[in-house]
Write a protein that binds this ligand. Structure first.
Ligand code: NAD
Length: 351
């Protein structure tokens, strides 16, 4: 199983094994281990982790309530409080054990607790394996705005064990697969051609696919950790996607990150086609593939209004300009800061 070298740490992919994790922990550099999980990773995954990694049987466990609605500064305060009660010191290690909500929040807590302590990610969802656990973006939602507060703070290691995916629902697998579609479409035409042939969701998370998606993201992150340029390509589908996710969460409606990103990729591909960045053929190929996997999302009028409002707050904007990372043909991208509100409104109001 491969070890993928990132900026300052390694990403290990090991099926049914914790050899790399055990090796990492055997260096005994830490005074305390603190596992941050949620009720689902606690129920479905924790015993496997503790069985495979004896050192962690001594770990303190902080169990949070699952879900995006808890990725907030209030939950961080709860965790900072728990760390203080436990007596976590500068040499303690936080272990984020869960999906992207846990690694985003746990990484942010680690970055600020006592001005920063070490953390590692052990992702348990497809989305966090191929995307959220890699690249050092941490943070929380604030006043309903996605990832509004956060920092880039890198883990000391990422330990991917695809065996954890066995308890994940089909909906959650598709959720993660959206980020795989994204990276293929903007970074690797051959990978995109491979994905397009896959119809059955059970084939969405083979080890080859997981490894390829991580490698592609990692290449981009290594070149541009602080998102000055190339890393912006990873935001394809996310301007519209984040705005939709925020709008629906605000209305207490059910939406997963990947579902919102899938919707976002459709609209942003349409914008890319309108601006002559991708051909009609490529537009149809991505739209048809996404529609074959995800349920259609119809926006109500209040949702449309909220989506436009959230778009104006997007941190990817440059002053008053809306900046989108649009595909330029398949396999590459172009930053486009002249997407007007009028074009967006046209596509959103139609949906
Ligand atoms: N930092 C980044 O670079 C980055 C990139 C993409 C997405 N994200 C963030 O990631 C989050 C979405 O991640 P996610 O989809 O993993 O969400 P999540 O962490 O909310 O997990 C989804 C659900 O799956 C459950 N779960 C986790 N592992 C399980 C398992 N093995 N079996 C059964 N259930 C399990 C969780 O309890 C939760 O209910 C969003 O907040 C998004 O903004 C961050």
């Amino acid at each position: 199983m491969p070890t993928i070298k990132s900026t300052t740490y390694n990403i290990h992919v090991e099926h049914d094994s914790f050899d790399a994790l055990n090796k990492f922990l055997s260096k005994k550099e830490y005074t305390k281990y603190i596992i941050i999980c949620d009720e689902n990773t606690s129920q479905y995954c924790l015993s496997t982790l503790l069985f495979g990694c004896e050192t962690l049987t001594a770990a303190e466990i902080i169990e949070l309530e699952s879900g995006e609605k808890n990725k907030t500064i209030e939950t961080c305060m709860q965790v900072w409080g728990a760390l203080t009660d436990i007596g976590a010191d500068k040499k303690s290690l936080i272990i984020n054990f869960g999906g992207g909500a846990i690694s985003d929040l746990g990484g942010f807590v680690a970055s600020t607790y006592k001005r920063g302590i070490d953390f590692i990610n052990i992702p348990t969802t497809l989305l966090s394996m191929v995307d959220a656990s890699v690249g050092g973006k941490t943070g929380v939602d604030f006043e309903g705005i996605k990832n509004h507060i956060g920092v880039i703070y890198e883990p000391k290691g990422v330990f991917v064990n695809p065996a954890f995916l066995e308890t994940l629902s089909e909906r959650q697998i598709k959720n993660g697969y959206a980020e795989i579609i994204k990276i293929a479409f903007i970074a690797d035409n051959e990978f995109w051609k491979t994905l397009k042939k896959i119809k059955n969701y059970k084939e969405f998370y083979t080890e080859n696919i997981i490894i390829k998606a991580i490698e592609l993201k990692n290449v981009i992150v290594k070149k541009d950790l602080y998102e000055t340029n190339l890393r912006k390509s990873l935001n394809f589908g996310h301007n519209i996607g984040h705005a939709l996710e925020s709008a629906l969460i605000k209305q207490n409606k059910d939406i997963l990150h990947g579902e919102a990103v899938a919707f976002g990729m459709i609209i942003e591909s349409e914008i890319a086609n309108r601006l002559k960045r991708i051909s009609k053929k490529d537009l149809e190929s991505i739209v048809n593939y996404i529609k074959s996997i995800y349920k259609e999302i119809k926006l109500s009028n209040p949702t449309k209004k909220l989506v436009l409002e959230f778009l104006r707050h997007d941190k990817k904007n440059d002053g008053t300009h809306l900046c989108f990372a649009l595909p330029k043909n398949v396999g590459s991208y172009e930053l486009c800061c002249d997407v007007t509100m009028e074009i967006i409104e046209e596509f959103i109001s139609r949906g």
